[in-house]
Design a protein around this ligand. Sequence first.
Ligand SMILES: [Mg+2]
Length: 359
Amino acid sequence: MESMKSDLQTRGSGGREGTPSHKRMFLFQFRPYRCPFRQPLRTHHGLWSVREGILIRLTHLDTGLDGYGEIAPIPWFGSETLAEALQFCQQLTSSISEAQILAIPEELSACRFGLESAWLACQETHFFHADLSHLSFCYLLGADAGSLPPYPRVYKRKIGVAPIEQEWAEIKLLLEQLPRGSRLRLDANGGLTLAEAKQWLANCDALNRDLPGTVEWIEQPLPPTQHSYLFQLSQTYQTPIALDESVAQLQQLQQLHRSGWRGILVVKPALMGSCLALQDYLEQQHPPLDVVFSSALETPIGAWQGMVWAGSLQPKTAYPRAVGWGVGQCFSGWDPVRLVTASPAERAALMQKVWQTWS
Ligand SMILES: [Mg+2]
């Protein structure tokens, strides 16, 4: 398993010698899917009830190996729309080249992730063996603590949905229910006013003075357009700010980093675009970026692809922060966290089952 772990430290570097890339061909198939969440997710952008996306299967025409991928756009996060992704898939022919996959434009970031990851999976014969036991998880909470796993103790809660006094009271109550020493990530999805953001940060600073580290960060308090205020807030308050919507795609992450932002960056691999390019960028940064990897609420196909990337890229970041795939409560009958302890055969069977469900 150790050798598999080190193989994954740099992805995309093996198995590509020999045939020139424009001649390496793959059978391309795609299947739109529509999965209702077990409970709608309430964020500042409203209720999200159904996850819609596109499953991808590439078959390497030389080796016969299949690789699955997933296009899981979130347009209100800045990715392409599902209609744009469908249009892109429909104009591709049934056999496509490696060069075509690597030329998918940055604007189609979810398409690029889906096809690039399926293409890599076609070549990594041990893809389902990836050892992700070094990852720890952050669990998304509903309105109340519900039936929580007692450990690990990192949780995320959405804010900016109800009045601040009500949400703050709920959080204080929640902290009484959570295991001692739990940490909270509070995600506003860009939905606070500047005054509300200041109040939340002041509240969290006071709480963290009494119980250090209880609020790990406030995530995207203001929309991405208010970058200068986000920057000011990060320098005024002790509670860290993490940016998510501001860095949905790789180009935005690079721009923000070059602008001098040194705070936490949330990376959803499914929306990022080319994770090979992300890998190159992270490898070049000294000191390393403070990046945390997170779910885009994908099916098991996209979740496994994203988590494999998280597992291989985390050693290139500043801290091994808990990853955001603790979202099992959103789905009926499966949980991304359980993919880590499943056997390679079980993972492969689950991916095939998801594909067949929508075929
Ligand atoms: Mg977020």
